[in-house]
Ligand binder design. Sequence first.
Ligand code: KG4
Ligand code: ZN
Length: 331
Amino acid sequence: MKVLGIESSCDETGVALYDSARGLLGHRVHSQIDLHAAYGGVVPELASRDHIRRLPLLVRETLAEAGCALSEIDALAYTAGPGLAGALLVGAGAAEALALALDVPALPIHHLEGHLLSPLLAADAPDFPFVALLVSGGHTQLMRVTGVGEYELLGESLDDAAGEAFDKTAKLLGLGYPGGPQLAALAATGSAGRFRLPRPMLNSGDLDFSFSGLKTAVLNVVSAPGWQAADAADLAADFQQAVVEVLVRKALAALRSTGLQRLVVAGGVGANRELRAQLDRAAARRGWRVYYPEAELCTDNGAMIAFAGALRLAAGAGGSREGRIAIRPRW
Ligand code: KG4
Ligand code: ZN
C-alpha cells in the first residue's frame, strides 16, 4: 500500500510517500519560518497562502524521489486537525481532490497521532505498549499507547503547552521566532542554578502539567531592577532546566504508574537536547528505554501523516472517497 501524506496544520508544508512494504520512499518539508519571522509568530492567512503555493511542487518532488507515479498511489492521508483552519483546508482540499480524481480513499489524520506514531518509523522502533510524552507547540500530554488508535490520556497541561512556554519565554528574552530552538541554543551557552524558578505541579500527585506560571516567573526576573541582558543565557538555562525537570519527573511517574518500561517522546520539544539527555539518564538508571523519532521527523512533517494513514488502513480504516473535506481545527 502506497500512502501519500499531506501535513499543513501550521507553518510547515509536508508531503511524504510511505509504502507499507518498503517504508518511507519520499519526503519533503517546506518550512515557512522566514515568512513569519518578521511578525514574531505565525500569521494564519500567510500560512494558508504559502501552503497553496508550495503543495503542488512538493507533491511532484516527493513522487519523483519515490520513483512513483501519481496513479500508483493507493490512498491519501492528511492532517485534519488540530491546527489553523485555513491552513488545514489547503492540505485537506488537496488530498480529498486527489483521492476523488484517483478513486482511492482519503484518511483524515489527527496531527498528534502522527507525532505519537512517528518514533515507529525509526530503524529501532519500540513495540506496543508504551507511554508517550507528546510535547509540541500546542500540546503537552502523557498517554498510554496499547496499539494504533488505542490511546489513553494519562495527564496533560492545564494551561500553556511546553513548546508554547519555550516560545513565549524566548520572546521575553528578545529572541526571534520560532523561540524554542533559539532559547535552547542560548541555554547551552549559560549555566543553570542562578535563578530560582518554580517547578509547577512537580508534586501535584497526578500526571498533569502547568507552564504558564513559569513564563510569568521569567517575566518577573527580566522586569526587576538590576536585570542585565548579559544574564539571559543563565536565565534561559534555568528556564529550560525547570521545564525539563517537570517533564522528566512526570514521564517517569507515568511509566511507574502504568508498569511500562518504554517511553516514546514526540513533538517539537522532543528535539530538545537537554530533555533527551536527562530522560535517557533517568531511564537508563531504571533499566527503561526512551525512543525518539528520527531528528528530521521531530517537528511537523508529512511522513508521520502518511505513516499514520498506512497504519490506520492496515487496521481496517476505510477512509472516504466522497471528497468530503473533514477538517477539525480544535480536534
Ligand atoms: O510539533 P511541532 O513542530 O509543532 C506543533 O505541532 O506544535 O512543535 C513546535 C514546538 C514549538 O513550540 C518549538 O518552539 C518547539 O516545538 N521546539 C523546541 C525545540 N525545537 C522545537 N523547544 C525546545 N527545544 C527545542 N530544541
Ligand atoms: Zn506538530
